[in-house]
Design a protein. Structure first.
Length: 100
């Protein structure tokens, strides 16, 4: 057996793959930590959106006498029509000759 030429079988880029995974893990942990910081903030005991007193929509009137519930239902209807329009346009685009 000839020992003059020894061949080592190492996968190229093994260390760089480990380094890339370590950097990705560190970035993920940093992002999770940064996103959790607002959860640790203490809210002031007074004020804030959670303590707002909202009027009853049935008794409130907007735009010259339209009740709040009617206005809310009208807005929900407009949103539903927008959703239907978006779905129809998506289906139309999928059925175009280019996407076959």
């Amino acid at each position: 057996m000839n020992n003059y030429f020894r061949v080592e079988c190492k996968r190229p880029g093994t260390q760089s793959l480990f380094a890339r995974r370590a950097i990705a893990l560190a970035t993920l942990l940093f992002c999770l930590f940064a996103c959790s910081l607002p959860l640790l903030a203490q809210e002031a005991p007074h004020g804030g959106e959670a303590n707002l007193v909202l009027p009853d929509l049935g008794t409130a009137s907007f735009l010259g006498g339209i009740s709040g519930r009617t206005l809310l239902l009208f807005g929900m209807g407009v949103g539903a029509l927008g959703l239907v329009f978006g779905l129809l346009m998506y289906q139309h685009l999928q059925n175009l000759h280019v996407h076959e």
